[in-house]
Design a protein around this ligand. Structure first.
Ligand code: ZN
Length: 244
C-alpha cells in the first residue's frame, strides 16, 4: 500500500503485540489509534505488560487461550487478578473454547474461571470460539451482564448473532470473512448491529491477500458499501465503548 493511500486512526480489536514484537507481521501498525492486544499463554503476560507500559495505544488483555489450557500454572488466576489490579486498562483474553482442539473439560474450566475473574473485576473479555457457539453463549449469558465480551474473528450464523446481540457482545470481524463467498459474508455481516461491529487483524498478519489493516478495511468497506472513513469511525467508537 502506498503512503498516500494509508488508512489511519483505526482501532484493532484483536491482535497479539508480543508475537508482532518478535516476528513483525503488521506493516501499518503505526497508523493504529488503538490496539487491543491479547496473550495466548501465561508466559506472554509479563512481556506484554512491559510492551503495553511503553505504548499508550496498547490495551493489554491477559488470558490463557484454549489451545494452551493445559499449560496454565496452578496460581494463574491469582496472577491474573494481580495484573488486572495493577492496570485499570487491562482486560481478560484470549480465552474461550475450541472444538477442534483436545481437552474440552480443561478448556471449559479455565474459560469459566477467567470469565468469572473478568466479571468480578468488571473488565472486558475477548473470546475465541470455534464451533462452540452454543457452549460459549451459555457461559456468556452467565456473565455478560457484568462484562462486555468481544467475539474474536466472528463468523457465526445470524441466529447466534441475534442471541449474542441480546447480551453485551461485540463482533470482531477479521479478513477471514473476505475469503467466503460474497452472499455468505453478507449474510453474516448484515446480521451484526452497527453499534456492535469491530475489526481486527489477529496480527501477526498471515493473510497474503490482506496483508495490512488498511487493505482489509478498504475491502470490508467496499463489501458493506460504506466509505473507509465511516467504517473506521464506527468501529473505533464501538471499540472504545466495548473497553469502557
Ligand atoms: Zn488471536
Amino acid at each position: 500500500m502506498t503512503e498516500d493511500a494509508a488508512v489511519t486512526g483505526f482501532a484493532d480489536a484483536h491482535m497479539h503485540i508480543v508475537d508482532v514484537g518478535a516476528k513483525g507481521g503488521y506493516p501499518d501498525i503505526d497508523d493504529a489509534a488503538l490496539l487491543l492486544s491479547c496473550t495466548a499463554s501465561f508466559d506472554e503476560w509479563e512481556p506484554q505488560r512491559r510492551m503495553a507500559a511503553a505504548d499508550a495505544r496498547i490495551r493489554p488483555f491477559y488470558g490463557v487461550h484454549p489451545w494452551h489450557a493445559e499449560t496454565a500454572p496452578a496460581d494463574y488466576l491469582e496472577v491474573l487478578r494481580g495484573m488486572l489490579e495493577d492496570d485499570g486498562r487491562a482486560g481478560v483474553g484470549e480465552i474461550g473454547i475450541d472444538k477442534l482442539h483436545p481437552g474440552p473439560e480443561t478448556q471449559m474450566r479455565i474459560f469459566v474461571e477467567q470469565m468469572e475473574t473478568a466479571a468480578e473485576t468488571a473488565r472486558p473479555a475477548t473470546v475465541h470460539m470455534v464451533k462452540t457457539e452454543a457452549e460459549t453463549l451459555k457461559v456468556v449469558r452467565m456473565h455478560s451482564g457484568d462484562v462486555p465480551v468481544i467475539l474474536h474473528s466472528y463468523a457465526g450464523d445470524p441466529g447466534y448473532t441475534k442471541a449474542f446481540s441480546a447480551e453485551n457482545c461485540y463482533f470482531s470481524i477479521s479478513s477471514r470473512i473476505l475469503r467466503m463467498s460474497q452472499p455468505r459474508a453478507m449474510r453474516i455481516l448484515s446480521a451484526i448491529p452497527d453499534d456492535r461491529l469491530l475489526v481486527e487483524t489477529d496480527a501477526p498478519i498471515r493473510d497474503h491477500a490482506y496483508g495490512s489493516m488498511g487493505l482489509f478495511l478498504i475491502a470490508l468497506a467496499a463489501l458493506r458499501s460504506t466509505s473507509v472513513d465511516e467504517l473506521v469511525g464506527l468501529t473505533t467508537a464501538n471499540t472504545l465503548r466495548a473497553i469502557g
